[in-house]
Write a protein that binds this ligand. Structure first.
Ligand code: ADP
Ligand code: MG
Length: 692
């Protein structure tokens, strides 16, 4: 229930004075549907309207003058502006309008009257002018011209000035709210109260006020983070309270592990014991396993599934692509079978009687493990007793897809696998409602991949070296990026590259794989590559995730500057999986920007995915909010994931502490916290919330 004190803010934006039916849709597009959304707009810059004399005017600057209207000069021919000559004691200035304002201007600004005018000053020869002044007002209204004017991001048809006025109106409707922060903490940081902070947001007087590190902006960011973390912590607590039949650890699972051709790493063992703790607890597990590429997540999932099978329940492992599902199945089926656990593979390709047979085995419980793609959560798939859902490459699935799989059983445990390491600070914010295990150790004996960067002007030389390498039995991935909006164009780029490489290396040595091929075609190319029948696999980023071809030792990435660091790291992880020395070559289109250079350097310096993620975040700076959002961060209003990342951990801790002391939010502070939550109105689908 929404607290009464917030009613004015949750009124429709159209209820603000000056928002008629015509501009209401524009306001909604610029800010959102509510007064609250107008209040939460953020000025992006600041205009200083310096008050000055005409003689002292500076070309190109926005300035304010007190002038007398001298003469109205209607256009002498079409195309010329309507002009007013105005003057102060020090000189003339022309005010120009290029559209039919004539009569209106003549009436409202008679000759001889004094006016205050503000706008951007231009100079043509000796003539000073302002085209379309921002303000032209009688002297007594001079106060309407702000000395410091915040500038809002505009949408078509809504000038910043209108938004500013609306923000001011919204601010007038805004009451001070009961303080939800610890007063001592506020004092220590010199942060204002909420009402003051939001007022300061709309009244910057220096560039420092627009900085994300200004006390007002930090306070608002912190409030937003606290609201979000509270929501996640509450969700986590609710889930904890939902029971699930305990799954004990099984001796059969140990025997599977013992038969593996390798020993589990310390990180794998630790993660398995964390999972075991969850499965055995009697509460529903919601755990994210974050592991670098090649850290061995599949085996961990397999051993968890073996425990579930021993407890008489079924597991489903869902992968984003068919290639990957097939590969998982090949990895799992035999070791599980050795313990009498039957696995089936289900993809979109299974049709007719074969498909019905798979359904039958799952519905009867004869098969305990299902590996597959999106096909797994389709309606006609039924399980006898689904107990565990494993989502591989979880970010590739939507919230509802993950949930639909989980809903195929009662109290289904959830395990999500992510091969995209993220910095710890973001981890809290992205996955605050999950328990997280980190596989931060790679299986021993892997040789580091030698990584180099080169301009694409050296293509011919590189192809020459590739020919030699392939002739002596090496295998290579050659990645062409997704660049354009049109997948077709990208496919064409990859096809063209395949043509050049076929000319240089021989047609039979080069395969091509991209998203437009049918699954059967993709599989057959992949199979040929895995079997060593093709030397070079030209690919768009469809091979990005998870594919395992240990004999491949060369990774060439074209236009590496267009990829995110995490993606490049993923791609590089496709090689260096066997005993031989591997190499990764990052081709770029020169010249590289300094940031581009720094980014490629990061990859050359380290193979630690978690470190790369940290550096990536630093290198993004504040500017790349979009890229960060693509990584799954919620659409914050005030939080800048880079500038405010120090606040993330603090907000997460505070949220936990507040709920720990006052789970029902009944104390006075708890009541204030409820107002905060209502204010931000956290919708659970802002971020990961499949666990729900
Ligand atoms: P990812 O975490 O990227 O999904 P995989 O599960 O595909 O990694 O494992 C990558 C490779 O490492 C596989 O060939 C797998 O058999 C192997 N592997 C997994 N765990 C170990 C280990 N403890 N020691 C050696 N090799 C391992
Ligand atoms: Mg994997």
């Amino acid at each position: 229930m929404r607290p009464e004190i917030l009613f004015p803010l949750f009124a429709p934006a159209a209820s603000l004075k000056g928002v008629g039916p015509k501009i209401a849709p524009l306001v909604e597009r610029a800010a959102g549907p509510l007064v609250r959304d107008v209040l939460f707009m953020r000025p992006q810059s600041l205009i200083e309207r310096t008050r000055i004399t005409v003689a002292a005017a500076q070309e190109g600057a926005v300035q304010t003058f007190r002038v007398r209207i001298d003469a109205h000069l209607p256009p002498r021919r079409p195309g010329l502006p309507y002009s007013i000559r105005a003057a102060d004691e020090t000189g003339f200035i022309f005010l120009n309008w290029f559209k039919g304002y004539g009569q209106h201007l003549a009436n409202s600004h008679p000759e001889g009257s004094w006016r205050v005018v503000s706008g951007k000053t231009e100079r043509f020869g000796p003539q000073l002018s302002i085209a379309h002044p921002d303000y032209l007002l009688p002297e007594e209204r001079a106060a309407d011209i702000p000395r410091h004017e915040p500038v809002y991001p505009t949408t078509a048809g809504l000038p910043s000035r209108t938004l500013r006025r609306l923000a001011q109106t919204a601010l007038e409707r805004t009451a001070a709210l009961p303080e939800w922060q610890d007063p001592a903490w506020l004092a220590r940081h010199g942060w204002p109260g909420w009402r003051e902070a939001i007022a300061a947001l709309h009244a910057p007087i220096s560039p420092a006020d627009l900085d994300e590190s200004s006390p007002a902006r930090r306070r608002l960011a912190y409030d937003e983070l606290l609201a979000h973390h509270l929501a996640m912590a509450q969700r986590k607590a609710e889930r904890r309270a939902s029971p699930a039949p305990p799954v004990p650890h099984a001796a059969a699972t140990d025997r599977i592990a013992e038969r593996l051709p390798f020993r589990l790493t310390g990180a794998q063992l630790r993660t398995l014991s964390e999972i075991g703790g969850d499965l055995g607890s009697g509460e529903r597990m919601s755990r994210l396993v974050q592991g670098d590429v090649g850290s061995g997540k599949t085996v961990v999932a397999m051993l968890a599934m073996a425990d579930v099978a021993a407890a008489g329940r079924q597991s489903a492992l869902m992968a984003p692509t068919e290639i990957l599902a097939r590969q998982h199945f090949e990895t799992l089926a035999e070791p599980l079978e050795s313990a009498g656990i039957k696995a089936v593979l289900l993809t979109g390709r299974d049709k007719g009687p074969g498909r019905r047979a798979i359904f039958e085995r799952l519905a009867s419980g004869e098969a305990q493990v299902a590996v597959g793609t999106h096909a797994l959560f389709q309606e006609d798939v039924r399980f006898d007793a689904l107990g565990l859902a494993v989502i591989d490459e979880q970010h590739r699935f939507g919230v509802s897809e993950r949930r639909r799989l989980q809903e195929k059983g009662e109290a289904v445990h959830l395990m999500a696998l992510s091969a995209t390491p993220i910095p710890r600070t973001l981890e809290l914010t992205l996955y605050g409602d999950l328990d997280v295990s980190r596989l931060d150790e790679k299986p021993p004996g892997r040789k580091p991949v030698i990584t180099t960067a080169a301009p694409n002007t050296r293509l011919a030389e590189i192809v020459g070296r590739l020919r030699q390498a392939v002739a002596s039995g090496a295998q290579a991935f050659w990645i062409c990026p997704l660049v354009s909006e049109s997948e077709l164009l990208d496919v064409t780029a990859a096809e063209d590259r395949a043509v050049t490489l076929r000319q240089a290396l021989g047609a039979e040595r080069v395969g091509l794989i991209h998203g437009r091929l049918s699954s059967a075609e993709k599989d057959s190319v992949m199979a040929a590559f895995a079997a060593g029948e093709i030397g070079v696999l030209v690919a768009t980023t469809v091979v990005e995730v998870g594919v395992n071809v240990p004999n491949a030792t060369i990774m060439v990435v074209e236009h590496a500057e267009r990829f995110g660091l995490a993606q490049l790291h993923q791609l590089r992880g496709r090689v260096g999986r066997g005993a031989a020395q591997s190499a990764c070559l990052l081709l770029y289109d020169p010249p590289l920007s300094p940031t581009g250079q720094a980014r490629l350097n990061v990859l050359r310096e380290t193979e630690d995915g978690f470190l790369i993620a940290e550096r990536d975040l630093e290198l993004r700076g504040g500017g790349d909010a979009l890229g960060l959002r693509q990584s799954g961060l919620p659409d914050y209003r005030f939080v800048d994931p880079v500038a405010h990342r120090d606040l993330m951990a603090v907000a997460a801790d505070d949220a936990r502490l507040i709920l720990h002391r006052d789970p029902g939010l009944e104390s006075p502070r708890g009541q204030a916290v409820r107002v905060l939550q209502a204010l931000f109105d956290w919708k659970p689908d802002g971020s990961w919330s499949a666990a729900g």
